[in-house]
Design a protein around this ligand. Structure first.
Ligand SMILES: [Zn+2]
Length: 402
């Protein structure tokens, strides 16, 4: 049984994780040097397994760093299509180091947990995916179709040199399907098949700075900014109020988040005010419709208060079409979870954005699933060894029967 093979590789899996985490793989935008070194290490791990195809899709980014993606494949009997396991090898930085109990880049194994930056996001999936393919290889089973593994760069900063680059530079089959282990819950009972659209926008209100005692000579951007933020907030919630119960939460979300610091002292009336919104939009709406409402509200404020307003789009992506619940990847994944864990997983939608979205936009079926305690990006991030091993069993079962 392939599950037994996975169980026997537990120590090897822990070893791979512990060796991988100290090799930092952080994007230059976040202060790192890219994924090349980590990819070199993982390529060696994969090389030892003897897959039918193993290749690198490396690319130099605009800061001059090499960004590395790895592709490995096991050929099936007919090989009319490929089921891919797609995990990302880059991580975010450690964040506030004083909140960590251990060194984020010296992994610590404690009971069922491995602590370290990137152990959960997306190290667990990287290891699970590699060892699921290893188990398949060692089992001698030749599935009907090809089985692929993608270890991707640049996921944390938008996937330009990761999934987007691979999609443009690798020849995928029209019928290929994907499992993206990069979002999940502690039980592993939800498969994500849809993601909301995304809009990150910053609004800069420009008035006139002045002395705190002379509002008659100034134009307080702070006051107008607060009013405008609340007006946008109310208007978006009112206009885009529909719900879709597949999503968690079931409605579009519009959250005023970041607010930039303004003046240093209390007795100065601020001349500028900058606030930002994080919008997650249900697939029944277009991101441009949301943008239109924001712009319209802004025009009204400009006229009413005599301020200038500048908008800055930080991220914008329309929702991707939902993956068909009857696609083979969803059916097989559900079946494997049911057989190995004893429950039927539910199909859900989330606020986004994993690399499943660009895949779905290209018409591919993609299932986002793994078992995780949702400690991504937090201090003392950890992965449970049991989750890593049990997920590998699920993946191994799915790919051996595909
Ligand atoms: Zn991730």
């Amino acid at each position: 049984m392939i599950e037994k093979l996975v169980e026997n590789m537990k120590d090897e899996m822990v070893k791979t994780m512990v060796e991988m985490i100290p090799i930092k793989a952080i994007s230059p935008e976040l202060g790192g040097t890219g994924e090349k070194e980590r990819a070199d290490y993982l390529e060696k791990v994969l090389n030892a397994a003897g897959f039918d195809e193993l290749k690198r899709l490396d690319v130099k980014d605009e800061s001059g760093y090499i960004r590395s993606n790895i592709i490995a494949k096991i050929k099936g009997k007919e090989g009319k299509k490929t089921l891919w396991l797609a995990a990302h090898i880059d991580t975010v930085p450690e964040g506030d180091i004083s909140l960590w109990k251990t060194d984020p880049f010296k992994p610590v194994v404690e009971g069922d947990r491995i602590y370290g930056r990137g152990t959960a996001d997306d190290g667990q999936a990287v290891v699970s995916s590699i060892y699921a393919l290893k188990a398949l290889k060692n089992s001698g089973i030749r599935p009907k179709n090809d089985i692929g593994l993608m270890l991707l760069a640049d996921e944390e900063v938008g996937s330009r040199y990761g999934m987007h680059y691979v999609l443009d530079n690798y020849n995928f089959g029209k019928e290929d399907e994907f499992i993206v282990p990069d979002a999940g819950n502690s039980k592993g009972d939800a498969i994500e098949i849809a993601e909301k659209g995304l809009l990150w926008i910053c609004v800069k209100v420009i008035g006139k700075q002045g002395h705190g005692s002379r509002p008659d000579l100034s134009l307080n951007a702070n006051r107008i900014g607060m009013k405008l933020a609340l007006s946008i907030d109310e208007r978006l919630h009112y206009k885009f109020s529909s719900a879709n119960n597949i999503f968690v939460p079931p409605y579009s979300t519009f959250e005023p988040t970041k607010r930039e610091a303004n003046v240093q002292n209390i007795n100065t009336i601020p001349g500028t005010d900058v606030f930002c919104f994080d919008c997650r939009i249900l697939p029944s709406y277009k991101v441009d419709e949301v943008l239109y409402e924001i712009k319209d509200e802004v025009e009204y404020y400009k006229k009413k208060f005599g301020v200038e307003v500048e908008l800055k789009l930080v991220q914008k992506s329309d929702p991707a079409p939902e993956t068909d619940p009857s696609s083979e990847v969803i059916v097989k994944l559900k079946k494997a979870i049911k057989e190995l864990r004893g429950f039927d997983p539910v199909l859900i939608g989330i606020g986004g954005g994993t690399v499943a979205a660009p895949l779905r936009r290209k018409g591919y079926s993609a299932a986002v699933w793994f078992t995780t305690d949702n400690v991504e990006h937090s201090p003392n991030e950890y992965c449970k060894i049991s989750n890593m091993v049990e997920d590998t069993k699920v993946f191994a079962k799915v790919i051996s029967e595909y």
